[in-house]
Design a binder for this molecule. Structure first.
Ligand code: ATP
Ligand code: MG
Length: 139
């Protein structure tokens, strides 16, 4: 298994409900290394750029409004098999279908308001990490 980096976001629903600390505890317990972290509020167009792969989906407008509705916590996480492992730690997109003990099952309230984001493949992880962090911030 290779050491990988993935992009994680604690979404505005979770930050707004004061859940960032609880979610960081899941990250710690799952033994990810936080290589870089920042807190910021995305503009609508920054959210659209981030989720550009979904621009034709019916939920794109709501999703980008939601993602720009409040502060997020963005992290580059590193671990063996980090991309798949972070998605397992988050659980399925729809909290109702997520496995017990996962972040989305524990804290998510709807398929949109599902508390966290994770990259889904090595190429998207590279794009997403570089969307938020410069090379120097990832040393
Ligand atoms: P993410 O990319 O945020 O980690 P994901 O990879 O599990 O989530 P995607 O299919 O990439 O799921 O969808 C991106 C985000 O769009 C979801 O996390 C969720 O917030 C929202 N979303 C996905 N499907 C729907 C839907 N049917 N209705 C409303 N929002 C949705
Ligand atoms: Mg996705």
């Amino acid at each position: 298994m290779a050491i990988e980096k993935t992009l994680a976001i604690i979404k505005p629903d979770a930050v707004g409900r004061g859940l960032a600390g609880d979610i960081l505890k899941h990250i710690h317990e799952a033994k990810f290394k936080i290589v870089a972290v920042k807190s910021l509020r995305l503009t609508k167009s920054e959210a659209e750029g981030f989720y550009a792969v979904h621009r034709e989906r019916p939920f794109f407008k709501d999703l980008t409004e939601f993602m720009s509705s409040g502060k997020v916590v963005v992290m580059a996480l590193e671990a063996e098999n980090a991309i798949a492992r972070w998605r397992e730690t988050m659980g399925a997109t729809d909290p109702a279908k997520a496995a017990p003990g996962t972040i989305r099952k524990t804290y998510g309230t709807s398929i949109q308001n599902n508390c966290t984001h994770g990259s889904d493949a090595p190429d998207t992880a590279r794009f997403e990490i570089s969307y938020f962090f410069s090379g120097m911030e990832l040393i």
